[in-house]
Write a protein that binds this ligand. Structure first.
Ligand code: UD1
Length: 440
């Protein structure tokens, strides 16, 4: 197992490159199986979630090659319609292969997905929508078998603008006869990016980024090339790290409009923001100001994915901040971990109240999930002394070489392997086995 050892209290400064968006690249890779040819996808970050998606593509019969930040997927020989449980359980977003497989093979057999334990995360909206589009669905509670049965409705109304359900319905409609409309669709930039990729391959999709998406069926898609949008959640993570350490960082390769929902929070927190065309400088105040209320909402509201990192930042504010999480019912699991650093937080159901303290102390803490993990790293960066952060595999799902990026800004984050440490230190090996003995 690996963990981070972090020596905090350095002000972060310098330039940070914002890599491609995890939440774009995953559905785009799934969409590549609709193309009986090559998809050249640039700006693909090296993440464990991307590696898992590639494993699914290869299992289905695609050939995938990485050249630096570019993934080249040749889906001409995709010939399977099933995804085994071990591959599905690695990550929640594997469910996006459902719509893609139905489009390509008209049939899909897969398992209910795994992923972050941030809530129940049902897929009822995906299945209801697909069934309205004419797909038959059988499930025994753990596996799913879906296949095309008859021409379905021309419009599907989502009762909530689910990102994944919108993506699945788009993917399942690309080759449908006539026009299909998705009403109350999610408006996240990653949906626009997916549609741009598909349109580049010959799909006819209008309205992405709005609440009604219209897909006019086409007979086939052709080879294409696409560059993935920058990761707005990584950008907000680096902003929180800069702010909590009292630093000043320039973010490069950003889309400012995608960051609009979080900028007002950094403003209210007293950060100075200087925007360029594709860059943004954030300069922290002497002391972070409290933010009256953050309420997570579907885009263009404040992103639930930025909530954990902002809550870490606000632990050092000059007053009381309130966070209302409306998207996921279990997305405060990082709060007890932040309290290990001395943060003063009260959690009640979907509301957290953060009473800012003057300083955090170093601690041993765990990553509870991907963004919760980033939040505890941010806390450790501001605590004077040595902290240890465990379960960092969660972080590797969504941040490419996070420690290298933070260290390039002046942080002192070391990735340590338990095993190697034990090999090099027999005394510690003994201590470890003693510890295991005690807890057995
Ligand atoms: C995507 C993002 C995730 C982000 C989330 C919300 C990817 C790979 N992941 O996840 O990082 O946090 O959007 O912005 O893009 N829901 C249902 N039934 C459904 C589907 C969703 O009740 O069939 C509920 C969920 O439980 C959750 C809410 O709707 O409470 C939002 O989920 P959704 O927008 O679908 O998120 P994901 O696509 O899973």
């Amino acid at each position: 197992m690996e963990y981070f050892r972090i020596n905090g209290l350095t002000k972060l400064s310098g330039d940070a490159y914002i890599h491609g968006a995890k939440n774009s690249v995953l559905p785009i890779l799934a969409a590549s199986i609709l193309i009986k040819g090559e998809s050249v996808i640039h700006n693909c970050p090296q993440l464990s979630d991307v590696d898992n998606t590639v494993k699914i593509l290869e299992h289905l019969g695609a050939r995938v090659k990485r050249e630096g930040k570019t993934l080249i997927v040749d889906s001409s020989s995709v010939n399977k319609y099933d995804i085994p449980q071990r591959l599905m359980q690695e990550m929640r977003s594997s469910i996006i292969f459902l719509g893609a497989l139905l489009s390509r093979m008209k049939t899909a057999r897969l398992y209910l997905p795994g992923g972050c334990k941030i809530g129940l995360r049902p897929i009822d909206l995906h299945l209801k929508g697909l069934s309205e589009l004419g797909y038959g669905i059988e499930s025994d509670g753990s596996s799913l078998f879906c296949s095309y049965s008859n021409k379905g409705a021309e419009a599907v109304v989502l009762s909530f603008p689910s990102v994944g359900a919108t993506e699945n319905l788009i993917l399942a409609s690309v080759f449908n006869e006539g026009k299909t409309r998705i009403i109350n669709s999610a408006r996240e930039p990653e949906i626009e990016d997916l549609c741009e990729f598909l349109n580049g391959a010959g799909a006819k999709i209008k309205g992405a980024g709005s609440t009604i998406i219209e897909i006019e069926g086409v007979a086939s898609l052709h080879s294409t090339e696409h560059t993935v949008i920058p990761d707005r959640i990584l950008a907000s993570t680096i902003m929180c790290a800069a702010a909590i350490t009292g630093g000043s960082v320039r973010l490069n390769n950003i889309r400012l409009s995608h960051l609009a929902p979080v900028l007002s929070v950094f403003n209210e927190a007293g950060c100075k923001l200087y925007a360029g065309d594709s860059s943004l400088v954030i300069k922290a105040p002497k002391r972070i100001r409290r933010v009256k209320k953050i309420e997570t909402r579907p885009y263009p509201g404040f992103p639930t994915d930025s909530q954990a990192m902002c809550s870490a930042m606000l632990t050092l504010s000059n007053g009381v901040s309130m966070i209302y999480e409306t998207i996921f019912e279990n997305r405060f699991r990082h709060m007890p971990e932040l309290m290990r650093f001395g943060a003063d937080i009260t959690v009640q159901d979907r509301v957290s109240v953060i009473n800012g303290v003057k300083r955090l102390k170093p601690a041993s803490a765990c990553c509870t999930d991907l963004r919760g993990g980033a939040a505890v790293v941010i806390a450790a960066l501001s605590a004077q002394g040595e902290s240890e952060i465990r379960d960092i595999h969660h972080i590797d799902r969504g941040y490419e070489n996070f420690e290298r990026q933070l260290n390039s800004l002046g942080a002192a984050v070391k990735r340590i392997s338990d095993e190697k440490e034990k090999e090099g230190n027999p005394k510690q090996q003994q201590t470890e086995s003693e510890r295991r003995g005690q807890s057995a």
